[in-house]
Ligand binder design. Structure first.
Ligand SMILES: *Cc1c(COP(=O)(O)O)cnc(C)c1O
Length: 220
């Protein structure tokens, strides 16, 4: 199927839900990104700063760029002028740096706390207590140029759908708990970024609001 056909079948699965599609365009050419744009998608997810930097000036200005991969503190300054959302925040230090760079650019940058929900050891992320500690910290109140809008998680890379569903349910439970507990000018946990090409249908059933789909957009 074409990119446009792939996109319309994914959007059909989202119909009647709150979830939005983040088109994960990592490793794809600018021509392919333009096809995604022509199919009316506006949220583009990249996992590497350098790649996002190269593509951003070549796409129309109304693209909302989401950084979905691990972010090093020293790279925040490159994307701060335009990035719409950072899905992969995993420390208070990183939030401080995002706030500092957002302020320089007179912007407020939306952030998600990345929660570790998988069984693999290699994935980045916070556990519930660590996320809670960040949200409860005195520091966070001073960060006026960020807004924490939700949580992000990646399920285990497995064919075991029961396992994947359990992991998404655990992220939803953590989101429910933290969103009732924490409200502030710069904290409003309403987004849950979960679900990729292989598991977005399960993620939607379990309450995802942002699915991050790459390979399924571009498959023939
Ligand atoms: C690559 C990537 C995705 C998309 O993965 P697909 O399986 O290609 O849909 C989603 N989230 C993150 C963090 C990624 O790095």
């Amino acid at each position: 199927m074409s990119i446009a056909q792939n996109i319309s079948s994914i959007l059909a699965a989202l119909k009647g839900t709150k979830a939005k599609l983040v088109a994960v365009t990592k490793t794809r050419s600018v021509d392919e990104l333009q096809e995604v744009y022509a199919a009316d998608l506006r949220i583009f997810g990249e996992n590497r700063v350098q790649e996002m930097q190269e593509k951003q000036p070549q796409l129309p200005a109304d693209v909302q760029w989401h950084l979905i991969g691990h972010l090093q503190t020293n790279k925040v300054k490159y994307i701060a002028p335009y990035v719409a959302m950072i899905h992969s925040v995993d420390s208070l230090d990183l939030l401080h740096e995002i706030n500092k760079q957002a302020k320089k650019n007179k912007r407020i940058i939306s952030c998600l706390l990345q929660i570790f929900i998988a069984t693999e050891e290699t994935k980045f992320g916070l556990n519930e207590a660590e996320a809670e500690a960040i949200l409860a910290s005195e520091d966070i109140k001073t960060l006026e140029n960020i807004k924490i809008v939700g949580l992000m998680g990646m399920a285990s890379n497995t064919d075991n759908q029961i396992q994947v569903r359990k992991e998404f349910q655990s992220l939803k439970r953590i989101s429910d708990a933290l969103s009732t507990q924490f409200h502030a000018v710069n904290i409003d946990l309403s987004e849950i970024s979960m679900g990729m090409s292989g598991d977005y249908a399960i993620a939607i059933e379990e309450g995802s609001t942002l699915i991050r789909v790459g390979s399924a957009l571009f498959s023939d």
